[in-house]
Design a protein around this ligand. Structure first.
Ligand code: ZN
Length: 157
């Protein structure tokens, strides 16, 4: 097994067993539900947004999620919450694009994009398992739905 494979397995297990930001926010500014019918993964994502001081720019000052599903969906959601906390809405959208390009092996995506993804790049191995891509990206779709508007629900289908 390669080092990256070992790291991948370790991180997925660790975040699945001990998900970060696994909590409901009591008064979230935004929330969204996500559902992946292929695997049965469910997530509810909560965001606290605060104006950054720049007109029209919000920062994600707190984030939480609840849900049930496979290890990859839960680990991916946990890692996502860590990576978007403190980011602006625009930065979070950029991470979404970079992450999606990575796990769908989009043309033009290469390891340069991995740099900005930090720990999230560990999930690049998911791209070798097309059936798990929807598990890994579920929380990110929920994030975008939450950023787009309140009370949104998305399905990966
Ligand atoms: Zn799944």
């Amino acid at each position: 097994m390669s080092e990256l494979d070992e790291l991948y397995q370790y991180m997925v297990l660790d975040h699945n067993n001990n998900p970060r930001n696994f909590k409901k926010l009591e008064n979230p500014d935004r929330a969204a539900n996500g559902y992946n019918p292929i695997c049965g993964d469910k997530i509810t994502l909560f965001l606290q947004l605060t104006n950054s001081g720049n007109p029209g720019e919000s920062l994600i000052t707190d984030v939480g999620f609840l849900g049930s599903g496979c290890a990859i969906s839960k680990a991916s959601a946990s890692m996502m919450t860590q990576s978007i906390k403190g980011k602006s809405q625009a930065e979070a959208e950029e991470l979404f694009s970079a992450f999606r390009n990575m796990i769908t092996k989009a043309p033009g995506s290469d390891e340069h994009n991995y740099d900005k993804l930090g720990d999230l790049s560990i999930l690049s191995g998911v791209s070798n398992y097309p059936s798990r891509v929807k598990c890994a990206i579920l929380s990110w779709h929920a994030l975008r739905a939450a950023l787009d508007g309140e009370g949104a629900s998305i399905s990966t289908e």
